[in-house]
Design a protein around this ligand. Structure first.
Ligand code: HEM
Length: 496
């Protein structure tokens, strides 16, 4: 009996007789337009690339699950947390931030750590970085910040002057710079780093009580970072180092795991706290709000198809489930719009129907219809409007209401007037959290990077910021750069 073989076909299913020779007019003649198979193959190739993400373009992902280990129902009603031992499927995409899709994994950068939980109440996306703070605290500055780190519009080269020009004029960035030029800017693969929701979020329990929370996802394998020379060498020898490490680890049958924690602040304490809780350049010290364990995040399955599962994955900070809500952090508020907007452009308006993004554990019943590449049945013959008088069609759920809260005052463009200071938490990181060896690394990493800056005034301005954090910090970087340490300036010079 003839062996039943899989057969190559066109995209509409017609069997293909030859995948080797194009259809020509005679053995040595030109190709015929009637070679629809060649035309289809060529056109498919021409359209293969989705535009890369405008940030976080290079990434790697894996599937797994989240398991509840501790009861937090007194803080949050979300069903994902409603039973110890409960498992919810999850997908994680790790990434670098500024580089392009082909950039080495080990170049200095924060790392993205985006988690999608496929809960029975819809998808919850927790879109984290591997540092607990960010460079700027108002979204209007985000785009300029990113532009200052991307390629120069004229030369198409990385521009160290622009990089440090922006940062030296943005002192609020110092906390994040101190993290990023320390070890966290060069993690030893994605398995050895933490994830932080960074912003303040809200949790609501079933009695409608509200809490402010921060999310922390801590690597069970511990934080391991690469020293810059090793990271730089890997960028040459194995530019896909972190991608390899994650894939190979899981392919060998191992798991990668993280412990999931929250910090909880009673709602009433939010206004009077010593740090502005809506300022994403600040942490809440654990001594004030200790980490509360919640569960385990485990990754144990590699994607079968990178494009389908990783490239087309779309994370969105606005994908929240009942019981988890945004705070008034302006950066978070802006993120609630930005991601879906870019994803409509990047992968198309119906991107939530792509299997990796689909909230498959619940039933979607929206009034949105049509659009290119709609393939989920388009809600069949259900009415596309509400209210309607047709029985059995989807209705509002009044008890899904979000937390209502007071807002008042003038509309305006306000800075952060809270009695906050941009340096104190960075000082603590430099002086108390880092040890001598880490401080040494930080200084040498900064010097190596800032040496590429051509304008002395930029270096001086940035060293003053370091100095204001800690005189040793500013003095050592300035000495490394061969410029006058800020402390040796007269007070007239400093205030000029
Ligand atoms: C990706 C915007 C701040 C973490 C992205 C993307 C955009 C964006 C447009 C590309 C999304 C895509 O193509 O699918 C913004 C804006 C911000 C902001 C406007 C501030 C106003 C942050 C912060 C964090 C963060 C504070 C971390 C706490 C990420 C991560 C990704 C990402 C991890 C990659 C997601 C993935 O793996 O697909 N961001 N971002 N972003 N962002 Fe942000």
């Amino acid at each position: 009996m003839e062996e039943k073989k899989k057969v190559l076909t066109t995209s509409t299913g017609r069997r293909i007789d030859s995948n080797q020779n194009s259809l020509t007019a005679g053995e040595r003649g030109p190709i015929l337009l009637s070679d629809f198979y060649l035309l289809e193959k060529m056109a498919a190739f021409d359209h293969e690339r989705a535009p890369e993400r405008v940030v976080h373009a290079k990434g790697a992902g894996a599937h797994g699950y989240f398991e509840v280990t501790h009861d937090i129902s007194k803080y949050c009603k979300a069903k994902i947390f409603n039973k110890i031992g409960k498992r919810t499927p999850a997908f994680v995409r790790f990434s670098t931030v500024i580089g392009e899709r082909g950039t080495p994994d080990t170049w200095r950068d924060p790392r993205g750590f985006a988690i999608k939980f496929y809960t029975e109440e819809g998808n919850w996306d927790l879109v984290c970085n591997n540092t607990p703070v960010f460079f700027v605290r108002d979204p209007l500055k985000f785009f300029d910040f990113i532009h200052s780190q991307k390629r120069n519009p004229q030369t198409n080269l990385k521009d160290h002057d622009a990089y440090w020009d922006f940062l030296s004029l943005t002192p609020e960035s110092i906390h994040q710079i101190t993290y990023m030029f320390g070890g966290r800017g060069t993690p030893d693969g994605y398995r050895h780093m933490n994830g932080y929701g960074s912003h303040t979020f809200k949790m609501v329990n079933s009695n409608h009580e509200v809490f402010y929370v921060k999310f922390h996802v801590k690597s069970d394998a511990g934080i391991h970072n690469l020293k810059w020379p090793a990271a730089s060498k890997l960028a040459e020898d194995n530019p896909d180092y972190s991608t390899h490490d994650l894939y190979d680890h899981i392919a060998k049958g191992n798991e990668a795991s993280w412990t999931f924690y929250i910090q909880v602040m009673p709602f009433a304490e939010g206004e009077g706290y010593k740090w502005d809780i809506f300022d994403v350049t600040k942490v809440w010290p654990h001594s004030d709000y200790p980490l509360i364990p919640v569960g385990k995040l485990v990754l144990n399955r590699n994607p079968i198809n990178y494009f389908q599962e990783v490239e087309q994955s779309a994370f969105n900070p606005a994908s929240m489930v009942e019981g988890i809500e945004p705070s008034n952090d302006k950066m978070l508020q802006a993120r609630l719009f930005s991601y879906q907007d870019t994803q409509r452009h990047r992968i198309g308006p119906n991107f939530t129907q792509i299997p990796i993004n689909c909230p498959y554990a619940t039933k979607v019943a929206t009034l949105n219809r049509d659009g290119p590449m709609r393939y989920d049945g388009n809600h069949g013959n259900e009415p596309a409007y509400e209210p309607n008088s047709i029985e059995g069609t989807p209705r509002e759920a009044p008890n899904a209401k979000m937390h209502e809260y007071e807002i008042s005052g003038k509309a305006g463009r306000f800075g952060f007037n809270h009695p906050n200071d941009d340096f104190e938490q960075a000082t603590t990181l430099f002086r108390k959290v880092m040890d001598d060896a880490e401080r040494e690394d930080l200084i040498s990493n900064l010097v190596a990077h800032m040496k590429m800056v051509t304008k002395k005034e930029i270096l001086e301005r940035q060293c003053e910021i370091f100095y204001r954090c800690d005189p040793e910090y500013g003095t050592r970087v300035a000495q490394g750069l061969g410029i006058t340490p800020p402390g040796s300036k007269t007070s007239e010079q400093l205030s000029a």
